[in-house]
Write a protein that binds this ligand. Structure first.
Ligand code: HEM
Length: 539
């Protein structure tokens, strides 16, 4: 996740490839053969069980290619959303012979991916990056199987709700440093957001302290993530669809492809094995700080001092940073932008914070339940600009039926997060950033509504694949929002003539949805000046 907003692993999964000419030639021969093979297979399967049911409705496609050419390369979820208006909450696409089911309502996502998680928790094949680019370490790309279960267990041990509580002191310490840095140089707000978000993850996973914006561990992890974007093909390359093609020499895809794959292998090694080996050495030297790495090494230590399940440990550590950094950074940036654009919301929230803190101290996690307005802003940040607008596809491993329609085994299941977040029944006037949709107001104070859909149940995915970092991410987001609101008046940057420069509300169309670069002004609020200068870390 580099600062120029390249996508992470999550981001690259569904990127549709720029089709190179050499690949076109190969596809020209392959597609008809595979199409015929698919038709034969389908014919053989006909009349078995659910096959008698119709497929869900969907847009009519072209022979062989199906709907592939109807999807834009950038932000395909916007087209998914348009089709939802015509074909309903669950519809069907065919892409080069691949069944694709698009889920556009929370109910459909929950009914299938959560309630029937036993058959909807696989991922589409990602042979290119897994088998040839070193990304096998990442649970995000793992098929539903043994490694997936082990890595999820390793990650959950450090990120479940009670383990996350043990990290709150670290988050509190880092937010105090974050606001101090931001106050000194607001022009670097985006760099600091990335640095302190990375600092949390690196300390929690490896016990590694990030002290500057160009920390090498962070840089290596960001580089690894950016190689996925460069490949432009995760999950959609011909090698992903037909892994046997990976046995052909890579130069047939062009020299640039060869170089990018080499860069990817090198970068994944630097982002995984290198930090792991350093911490392992520190563990045996007795110099390692306690972290997820030291707990896992200790737990898997054998009598001859080797470490069992080492590949899964190494992979679980690396993905915890890589999957968590870019996503959380994007949410914090959305918060700042929303506050620039809506000073009236900012003032309302600050009023609620001031009522509680009386200017005497900065917020702590103990205040969370007493600050429903801050909670409502957090929910609206998650909803208004969902970080992963097109979701991350699951894959079904059995034939199934849903509301009288057939869902074939092997279907790519896309949960269209943006459609769910902009559903006008759940969230009227969805384009509007409006935290009060989550609040009751009795004339003097706010309470959180319990009769409205919670966007946190959508934005982090579904079922057995649900984001394991969500508690950690939400804690960091909450303390960042509460502290920034308490301490700063956030406003737009001024140009040379003194005119305000509003941030662009159109985000980059990458799979991880990021705002474009922006600047802001941060004025220390007089109400909090004393509390700000006396706060120097966790209280
Ligand atoms: C605002 C911040 C975040 C958002 C919006 C987010 C969103 C998501 C989503 C949508 C998924 C896919 C779920 C699915 O397939 O059903 C996911 C998976 C994942 N997330 Fe997050 N995430 C965030 C932060 C984090 C953090 C902080 C961590 C780690 C510390 C993390 C670690 C992961 C991992 C390891 C997976 C892969 C799970 C799997 O494939 O089984 N995420 N996240």
């Amino acid at each position: 996740m580099s600062s120029n907003h390249t996508d992470t692993l999550l981001g690259a999964i569904m990127t549709v490839p720029p089709i190179e000419s050499s690949r076109n030639v190969i596809l020209l021969f392959l597609i008809p053969i595979l199409y015929l093979a698919g038709r034969l297979w389908l014919a053989g399967e006909k009349n078995k069980g659910y096959h008698r049911l119709p497929l869900p409705p969907g847009p009519k496609g072209f022979p062989i290619l199906g709907n592939a050419l109807q999807l834009p390369v950038k932000a395909p979820w916007l087209q998914f959303r348009k089709w939802a208006a015509i074909h309903g909450d669950v519809y069907y696409l065919r892409m080069l012979g691949q069944h694709v089911i698009v889920l556009n309502s929370f109910e459909a996502g929950y009914d299938l991916l959560h309630k029937r998680g036993a058959i909807y928790s696989d991922r589409p094949g990602m042979s290119l990056v897994r088998d040839h680019g070193g990304w096998k370490f990442s649970v995000v790309t793992d098929p539903y199987g043994e490694d997936f279960h082990l890595k999820r267990r390793f990650i959950n041990q450090s990120l479940n709700p009670s383990a996350t509580k043990k990290q709150l002191g670290l988050l509190l310490e880092n937010i105090r440093l974050f606001v101090r840095s931001a106050h000194e140089d607001p022009s670097k707000i985006q760099a600091y957001t990335r640095m302190y978000t990375g600092a949390n993850a690196m300390m929690m996973t490896y016990g590694h302290q990030v002290k500057s914006e160009d920390d090498e561990w962070v840089k290596n992890a960001d580089d690894a993530a950016s190689t996925l974007e460069a490949s432009g093909t995760i999950g959609a390359h011909s090698i992903d669809m037909w892994p046997v093609l990976g046995k052909l020499p890579f130069f047939i895809w062009g020299q640039q492809f060869v170089e990018e794959m080499e860069r990817m292998s090198k970068a994944t090694y630097l982002a995984t094995t290198v930090p792991y080996n350093i911490v392992k050495q520190q563990f045996f030297d007795g110099t390692a700080l306690p972290s997820m790495a030291t707990s896992l090494i200790e737990e898997n230590l054998t009598s001859d001092n080797s470490v069992a399940n080492e590949e899964c440990i190494n992979g679980s550590l690396a993905i915890t940073y890589i999957a968590g950094a870019d996503t959380t950074v994007a949410s914090i940036e959305t918060f700042i932008i929303a506050m620039i654009v809506h000073p009236e919301i900012q003032r309302e929230a600050q009023g609620a914070i001031d009522d509680l803190l009386q200017g005497e101290r900065l917020p702590t996690f103990d205040d969370r339940e007493s600050l429903p307005y801050v909670e409502a802003i957090l929910k609206e940040v998650v909803r208004w600009r969902p970080v992963v607008p097109g979701g991350i596809p699951h894959r079904s491993i059995e034939d199934d039926e849903y509301k009288g329609k057939f869902i074939p085994k092997g279907s790519m299941m896309i949960f269209n997060t943006i459609a769910m977040m902009y559903n006008t029944t759940d969230f009227p006037d969805p384009e509007n950033f409006f935290p009060r949709r989550f609040l009751n107001f009795d004339g003097t104070s706010y309470t959180l509504r319990t009769d409205i859909r919670n966007p946190e149940e959508i934005g982090f995915g579904f079922g057995r694949r649900i984001c394991p970092g969500r508690h950690f991410a939400l804690s960091w987001l909450w303390v960042t929002i509460a502290t920034f609101l308490a301490v700063f008046e956030i406003s737009a940057e001024l140009d040379a003539d003194g005119n305000t420069v509003l941030p662009d509300l159109e985000y980059d169309a990458g799979f991880i949805s990021h705002p474009k670069p922006f600047k802001c002004r941060l004025r220390l609020r007089p109400e909090m000046a004393a509390a700000f200068s006396s706060a120097d870390g966790a209280q």
